[in-house]
Ligand binder design. Structure first.
Ligand code: ATP
Ligand code: MG
Length: 792
């Protein structure tokens, strides 16, 4: 009664600090008690009297967590109680995906019927077709983005070059950059504002590269709207405008995201956005199947972005995937090979190459001569790796601080768009200042730049600084790899490295669709080349200091320092530059040293973003603070349960009153003390809603029993209706729901005394969403979800 009247101690929180079993306090938890007590009386609860108003029920449905009772969070980096509210809100916005297949009676019936008509062979075959389709469509989208960026950038920079030529040579006093500068500002600010505006106002989830989001999705976290068609459209236009606008970013990350959206869309055979069901691929309408396709899509995206099929597959394996099996290796490889093959065909056709071997597929440019190295260079490569690790760790730290600052001080949407435009303006201004003040003239014919700018140089000379800036970042990386020795001054590259390092740091995190790969490679290539030039300056006799080679090692080191990947990055770099396998060794030395040094200081940029946004992503290993603890320390109790045969109105009320997504199904319940029942299964909120919506009650069983199949539930996937869409039960108030054919009859169960690291491994490996903790009598003791492994 005390509890019902809301007079219990407000400080009793549902979450307990690590190590406390908290049994005595937890028995006072309100929700299950009040639910049971309340429904016993069969009268609808009245707000206020029993404390059910929105303020008293926390966002995740646990009772009595109001403003005055802040829960105690044990989060690695933040412990301040004042942040707990924000943190809680951020955490609860993420739900999990159901990677554990619910093998209920309906599912088993379907499996049996498939066995009878050899359907599973057909399903297997269709699965391959889908992976091939994913490869083709992703590549076509990537090509389209690629070609549009290429054409628009060509137009933009040619116009700027001619504007520079016209204005600077006409003016005899040494040149006037003012007009070209204004044009440059305009041609950067307009596309960037369009891109940032679309991202901010139409689909904010498209901001950034998309890789952290895809990675979280593959780990089992539902990121709202991440794989929608609208997201794909905004992302594609966003990346085109940002790259054409000249921001320090690349198109690779967004293409990976695009691949993931394509995969999620095609594999379902329907579009929820366009309300169109093609009635195909119905067997793949669940999170588990979709996850594998999304992984294939990500691989196809990498493959299309870089023209690197093996790199694409390895990227999925190393960075994106949280679950992996042998079949998947084949399928992702097929998706990425088909993707790069399609890319090849389309680009060959577009560029008019007859034999389907478009050389531009090496999008970081092919090295003409085999890259060789001396054994005494290996320590040097390692040192470059260490430098990359240090610079990468510093970059990640700085970028995170800038983004935290942004989140706090630029919360308004218009502010975000203005910020992106300001950074674009800053980039152009810095570039102009650099071009104006650094006098780096090189004889024509030295640099393979197609349209060299003369600027303040003599006739027969071109400006090497302008050559660095007047093209897309990807083209600049290509130039740094392949420009012959002596193409730049030391000062030019030093200033360029510094400017681009900070510019890319400010850019990543803006509300625009841009990836981090190309700017990172660019900074690395610049300082790698710079190192070679400095060494050559100090030791002019040496012959091994090929600047392109050092630019490549520098790019690898810097990428390793920021992204912390090794195998996939080295393979991607090899595939995009066509270097021989013998050069794999130097690349991997630089990458591994960079990764180890960087890891000493902080996480890779993608993991940092995931952590800063409090995405409940499960790491590979349990967090160290859980060592030695048992399930008792992290479980939540009392548990909101549902009886095997329960009253419709109880279910209806439970779904309204709490936001949990899984409910243990119990029998052998004394009265209404469900939370002490004996476990016989688990049921998901989405299934319960379908049951209520379709009136699958015992009382009218004969009407629905024949036609209800697993498809009834798949039809509403993935946008399950909310409980609000279920009309009040009225005359069905006392109807009964029998869950035996709908529930998952074999939920994973552990004992209260099982160790947390062990149950973490079970949870992680099986991709579970709910783990039930039982006692020796199979009675429910508690429940564990992914959040409990991270925040308790
Ligand atoms: P997820 O958020 O991972 O998709 P969920 O929504 O079912 O799963 P939440 O309700 O968000 O889980 O979990 C929040 C907290 O509530 C966790 O500490 C969890 O242990 C607890 N919890 C989850 N389900 C129940 C339940 N049926 N009864 C009581 N507590 C629960
Ligand atoms: Mg939840």
């Amino acid at each position: 009664l005390k509890v019902l009247e809301g007079t219990e101690d407000p400080s009793s929180s549902h979450r307990q600090p690590i190590g406390e079993t908290g049994n005595s306090q937890r028995t006072e938890d309100v929700l299950p008690l009040t639910l049971d007590t309340d429904f016993e009386s069969e009268a609808p609860p009245t707000n206020g009297t029993i404390g059910y108003d929105a303020g008293n029920i926390s966002a995740n449905g646990n009772a009595n967590r109001n403003a005055s009772s802040e829960p105690i969070f044990h989060v690695r980096s933040r412990t301040a109680a004042s942040l707990a509210g924000v943190l809680q809100q951020e955490q609860t916005q993420y739900e999990s995906l159901d990677y554990d297949v619910c093998e209920n009676k309906l599912f088993q019936d379907e499996q049996l019927s498939r066995l009878r008509d050899r359907f599973s062979l057909r399903t297997h075959f269709i699965r391959w077709i889908i992976f091939i389709l994913i490869g083709i469509i992703t590549a076509v989208i990537a090509c389209t983005i690629d070609i549009i960026i290429e054409e628009l950038s060509e137009l933009k920079y040619n116009f700027l070059k001619s504007s520079v030529d016209d204005n600077v040579t006409v003016n005899e006093s040494g040149g006037d950059l003012a007009l070209p500068y204004l044009w440059w500002l305009l041609l950067s600010a307009v596309p960037v504002s369009i891109g940032a505006g679309m991202v901010t106002y139409i689909e904010p989830i498209t901001a950034g590269s998309g890789i952290p989001q895809v990675k979280s999705y593959l780990n089992g976290v539902k990121i709202p709207r991440i794989v929608r068609i609208k997201t794909l459209a905004v992302k594609s236009i966003g990346v085109i405008t940002s790259v054409v606008g000249g921001l320090a970013g690349g198109k690779e990350g967004p293409m990976i995201h695009a691949g993931a959206v394509v995969a999620a869309g095609i594999s379902q055979g329907k579009s929820t956005t366009f309300v169109k069901d093609f009635h195909i691929f119905k067997a793949f309408r669940d999170d588990h199947e979709k996850r594998d396709f999304v992984l294939g899509g990500a691989a196809a995206g990498v493959s299309a972005a870089f023209g690197a099929p093996i790199g694409g597959m390895l990227f999925s394996l190393e960075e994106a995937a949280s679950f992996w099996n042998q079949n998947l290796i084949w399928r992702t490889l097929i998706a990425s090979i088909i993707s790069s093959f399609t890319l090849n065909i389309v680009l060959s056709a577009y560029h008019g190459v007859g034999d389907l071997t478009f050389t531009g597929l090496f999008n970081l440019g092919k090295f003409d001569h085999p890259l060789t190295f001396e054994y005494f260079e290996l320590p040097l490569f390692m040192l470059l790796g260490v430098m990359g690790g240090l610079m990468g760790a510093a970059w990640n730290f700085l970028n995170t601080q800038i983004n935290k600052f942004r989140k706090r001080f630029v919360p308004w949407r218009a502010g975000k768009v203005c910020e992106a435009v300001l950074v674009a303006i800053l980039g152009v201004t810095l570039a102009c200042i650099m071009i104006y003040y650094i006098n780096d003239c090189r004889p024509l014919g030295n640099d393979p730049t197609i349209h060299p700018v003369q600027l303040f140089c003599e006739d027969n000379e071109y400006n090497a600084v302008a050559a660095l800036w007047f093209q897309t970042p990807e083209a600049t990386v290509r130039a740094l790899f392949h420009d012959p020795p002596g193409s730049h001054k030391i000062l030019t590259l030093a200033v360029f490295t510094i400017i681009y390092y900070f510019l890319s740091c400010f850019t990543f995190g803006l509300n625009v669709s841009l990836g981090v790969f190309i700017p990172t490679a660019l900074v690395g290539a610049a300082w790698g080349r710079l190192v070679a030039m400095l060494l050559f300056y100090l030791f002019p006799e040496t012959e091994f200091l090929h600047p392109g080679k050092y630019a490549l090692i520098g790019a690898a080191a810097n990428l390793g320092g920021v992204l912390r990947m090794t195998i996939s990055l080295s393979v991607i770099l090899m595939e995009t530059t066509g270097v021989e396998t013998s050069f794999f060794f130097p690349l991997i030395i630089a990458l591994i040293s960079a990764k180890w040094v960087g890891d000493y200081f902080n996480d890779g940029i993608y993991d940092t973003i995931i952590e800063v946004n409090h995405v409940p992503m499960l790491p590979w290993e349990p967090l160290p603070q859980y060592m030695g603890l048992t399930a008792q320390a992290i479980l939540s109790k009392p548990v909101v349960c549902i009886k095997l045969r329960d009253r419709a109105h109880y279910i209806y009320e439970v779904l309204h009153k709490c936001n949990h997504n899984g409910f243990p199904v119990v029998d052998d319940v004394e009265g209404d003390r469900r939370s002490e029942g004996r476990v016989c299964g688990i049921i998901l909120r989405s299934q319960l809603i379908v049951i209520l919506l379709k009136s699958l009650y015992v009382e009218n069983q004969r009407f629905w029993q024949q036609e209800t199949t697993i498809q009834t539930f798949r039809d509403v996937y993935p946008r399950y209706p909310s409980i609000k869409s279920v009309s009040p039960l009225d005359r069905k108030y006392n109807y009964t729901v029998d869950l035996s054919m709908f529930m998952n009859p074999s939920p994973v169960r552990v004992n209260t005394y099982d160790s947390v690291p062990r149950i973490f491994n079970i949870f992680r490996a099986l991709g579970l969403r709910h783990l039930l903790v039982i006692n020796n009598e199979n009675r429910i003791e508690g429940i564990i979800t992914r959040r409990d492994f991270i925040y308790k």
